[in-house]
Design a binder for this molecule. Sequence first.
Ligand SMILES: C[S@@+](CC[C@H](N)C(=O)[O-])C[C@H]1O[C@@H](n2cnc3c(N)ncnc32)[C@H](O)[C@@H]1O
Length: 303
Amino acid sequence: MVSMAISNSRQSVRPSLTGALTLEPTADGSFTLFSEDFGEWFHSRAGAYTEAQTTYVEATQLATLALLPALTILDVCYGLGYNTAAALTTISQVNPLCQVKLVGLELDARVPQQAVAQHLIAPWPEDIQTILQQLATDGQAKGPSLQARLMLGDARQTVQTLVKEGFQADVIFFDPFSPPHCPELWTVDFIQQVARCLNPGGRLATYSCAAAVRTAFQQAGLSLGAIAATGRRWPGTLAQFTPVGLAPLSQQEQEHLLTRAAVPYRDPILSDSADTIRHRRQEEQSQSSLRPTSHWRRQWLSS
Ligand SMILES: C[S@@+](CC[C@H](N)C(=O)[O-])C[C@H]1O[C@@H](n2cnc3c(N)ncnc32)[C@H](O)[C@@H]1O
């Protein structure tokens, strides 16, 4: 069954997604886009395909998981579909018989469509391109070992549909624009909903190591580990319900979580505007008894 264009009664947060999506090459030869609406690149400029492969596929050890008979994947912020493409390519190389269920969440239908129309997905294997094409045009793709759907709409709403369905992912790719540019997808409240879609032994990967983000994952009951985030100056984060197998956070990263930077974003009704969410956090930070982040920064810069 296909879930498309889930309605959102309060679309006020991003009233019009009409800004330009500008094409840019990245260092590994693959292309990304710049979003005028969010004021940010879709991928690390060091390599869009490389980021999909390392930060998401390798960090979640997908090649090993693909040896299982079945795998369920949630791609939060599907975008151009690169994380999905990298995952499906790896799975088909390792175990083409693995039964894959995949759901992508995406707000802006133009993005996956543009990825296809501008041939940005051309380097992926042909069968993977076909899947991305079907997702962009029909919102679903089916094959002997694949059931995939793309849910269009605000992920804060569509994730609630998944929760109601009892959807449980083995792997979650969590790839919104950065917290300052898209705070609505890094709140404790949204991340709690996402965590409800992660099975007890599942893994979630994201490029971010922001203290506010890591605190939100912790408040959703997840343990944290550091992962290499290709092309970025900082590590990414692997989150899962059990700490087993996680690379521990460094002393510096742990102390970061004790500063005001760790005050998380909140969105109790899952539909506030980005500005409201930012202001709410600033207010909470100004009243926080946590250590100022500038002290932590000075301490670690001088050591
Ligand atoms: C950093 S890009 C994701 C890149 C993507 N993973 C890829 O491989 O191409 C962030 C994506 O989040 C989408 N987005 C922004 N706000 C959203 C929301 N509220 N719900 C769902 N998707 C959203 C944007 O349209 C954009 O495609």
